[in-house]
Design a protein around this ligand. Structure first.
Ligand code: GRF
Length: 197
């Protein structure tokens, strides 16, 4: 199984998955990284791992339909089976969505269906969880469909929200879980323990 990553920033989740592949815990091969941001740390991580990478964005492809097609072409050319969103801050285009239906994964730093949807990303999520007085948060790996954060949930991990937590301390506790949960979910897909629709 070949993995294609879409990332915008640091790519610590992508790194956890690359490490899992290198260590043989995930029977899959990282094939390609696509980044919208030419300054993303994820590009350095891909280079270190020897994984090919492309920068595709509104500068390289001003027409959104062209960009969507270029991303799809690149994934197909690399024979990618499973698309992994790893902190990708752009919306997935309709061509990519249709061609990789039920084969695009995302990780969200909360227990969906709570604290998802438009505008709910990064620190906004942890701030909202604390403001709501939740005693528990976590991470969710789910399939992508047309609606933000609403595709079928594959796996979740839970963490406590502790008294005195700030969005930053909660984010770190959740991220630690993300780094276990995302590789574990992909390993289960690659070995057939999780069957995609
Ligand atoms: C993670 O918090 C993930 O839940 C969200 O974006 C962040 C990506 O972090 N979708 P990283 O780039 O993997 O470090």
């Amino acid at each position: 199984m070949k993995l294609g990553f879409l990332a915008s920033h640091g790519g610590s989740n992508m790194q956890a998955i690359l490490d899992g592949c290198a260590a043989g815990r995930i029977p899959a091969s990282p094939a390609l990284l696509i980044c919208n941001n030419p300054g993303a740390g994820a590009l350095d991580r891909a280079a270190k791992a020897g994984m090919p990478a492309r920068v595709l964005n509104g500068q390289t492809h001003p027409d959104p339909a062209d960009l969507d097609a270029a991303i799809l072409d690149a994934l197909r050319a690399a024979q990618v089976d499973l698309v992994i969103l790893a902190g990708y801050m752009k919306k997935i285009g309709p061509q990519l969505l249709a061609s990789y239906q039920n084969r695009i994964l995302n990780i969200h730093p909360a227990l969906l269906p709570k604290f998802g949807g438009q505008g709910m990303f990064g620190m906004h999520v942890h701030r909202a969880v604390i403001a709501a007085g939740e005693t528990e948060s976590g991470a969710t790996v789910h399939l992508i469909d047309e609606v933000y954060d609403e595709g079928p949930i594959l796996q979740q991990a839970r963490v406590p929200v502790l008294p005195g937590d700030t969005p930053e301390t909660l984010q770190l506790r959740v991220l630690e879980q993300e780094h276990q949960l995302y590789p574990d979910t992909i390993a289960k897909i690659a070995t057939g323990q999780i069957q995609l629709p």
